[in-house]
Design a protein. Sequence first.
Length: 99
Amino acid sequence: MSFKFVFPLYDTSENFMFENCHSNEEFITEVVKIFFSNSEQRVKEAALAVFMAYRDHYPKYLSHLKMEQINLLNCEIESAKPKIIKLRRMALSALSKVA
């Protein structure tokens, strides 16, 4: 599976380790790691949008994440800028071809 196109910044996703992701669980784990480890705002927003798409449409793939991580990400979503919705739609469109 090619998950790099699910990440809304796929033009720069070569910097991320998505080629090692062979399942949705591995991909969302990598996205959560990117969110917590990256300081660049646009990367964090892209990761948050992917998490939001999974949370809203494919929640079964989040069962392996720590509840603390999920709660922190949900708080971030509540205070996110409106463009996160557009990024979520982009991620969801690409995700529908993968998941």
